[in-house]
Design a protein around this ligand. Structure first.
Ligand code: TPP
Ligand code: MG
Length: 300
């Protein structure tokens, strides 16, 4: 939560395994004044979209281990001097967290997307692989949901290819049958590939699916409103009030509708206990927009 502040105030930024894609404003999130070192497995990613000062191509683990080893023998490696900087960042993080907390714990109905993200974060275990497939609702969750173990996070990647949720869930459950799969969908994203929910039923691939339903492609709506004004914000992005729990049940899975935030956690638990592919359809506030969406450089 202090990333923006850290970027803006850093003199050296080391980017590891992260492309300069839309989530990084194609590199514009990094100030021109900073020295930038980029480490990546793929030489095509290094220096793409933004100039860098030093590029290192190779396994990030091996490179970082070598850097750590080179720095570890020194009596003064600068670690002490950086302490106030870390404290500054922690303070930023705490302030941002406290500002957000009331929305994360909000009892409002329709449900605030941050409350949904909060409940999902509480629900995950060390054995849950979390998949996010959606627009705004997933952008909200990105700041709240924390994977509990390495390699337990999947998202639509650098091109934001929506519709990956169900196929990712199928693949993840097949590859790691011992793991629990938890997938948060936007209603728009789910509707792209959701019919393969039936494939999951047929192949007996249980997972906990959550639809953050705002009856809209809200991230697109925000961009249209920002560019063309309120009146033209609703062109081509309104969806029906679809009860996806019924869709799940129709195909042989488990489903519940949720309108009260207090019902999210029990519904998630029942979905887990059902042992079936499931969809918990949560009605979220269509007028809440993620700060990450509002900061998108493409809307400016
Ligand atoms: C395959 C694909 N088509 C279109 C888009 C553009 N897009 C980005 S966000 C979005 C809206 C998604 O709506 P929804 O999943 O309901 O999420 P919401 O923003 O409403 O939370 C779309 C269509 C995309 N990223 N990927
Ligand atoms: Mg939506």
């Amino acid at each position: 939560m202090s990333r923006r502040y850290a970027f803006n105030n850093a003199d050296l930024i080391i980017i590891v395994g992260t492309p300069f894609d839309f989530r990084m404003g194609y590199g514009r999130r990094l100030p021109k004044s900073a020295t930038v070192v980029q480490i990546d497995m793929d030489y095509r990613t290094v220096g793409k979209n933004r100039d860098i000062d030093l590029g290192l191509v190779g396994d990030p683990g091996a490179i970082l281990a070598a850097v750590a080893q080179a720095a570890s023998g020194r009596i003064d490696n600068g670690a002490q001097r950086r302490r106030p900087w870390f404290e500054e960042l922690r303070a930023q993080e705490t302030t941002a967290y406290e500002k957000r907390l009331p929305r994360q714990l909000s009892d409002a109905s329709p449900i605030h997307p941050l409350r949904l993200a909060h409940e999902i974060n509480e629900f995950l275990t060390e054995d849950s692989i979390y998949i996010g497939d959606g627009g705004d609702v997933v952008t909200f969750s990105g700041g709240v949901v924390q994977p509990k173990a390495p390699g337990h996070w999947m998202d639509p990647g650098p091109l934001g290819t929506l519709g990956v949720g169900v196929p990712f869930a199928i693949a993840a459950k097949y590859a790691r049958p011992d793991k629990e799969i938890v997938c948060l969908f936007g209603d728009g994203a789910f509707s792209l590939t959701g019919w393969d929910f039936e494939t999951m039923v047929r192949f007996n691939l249980p997972f906990v699916g959550v639809v953050g339903n705002n009856s809209s492609m809200n991230q697109i709506r925000y961009g249209q409103m920002a560019k063309y004004g309120e009146a033209r914000g609703r062109v081509g992005n309104t969806l029906g009030d679809v009860r996806y729990s019924e869709f799940a049940k129709m195909l042989g899975g488990y489903g519940e509708e949720v309108r009260d935030p207090a019902d999210i956690a029990p519904a998630l638990r029942r979905a887990r206990e059902s042992g079936l592919p499931s969809l918990i359809n949560v009605w979220i506030d269509p007028d809440a927009y993620a700060p990450g969406t509002m900061n998108q450089t493409m809307y400016k």
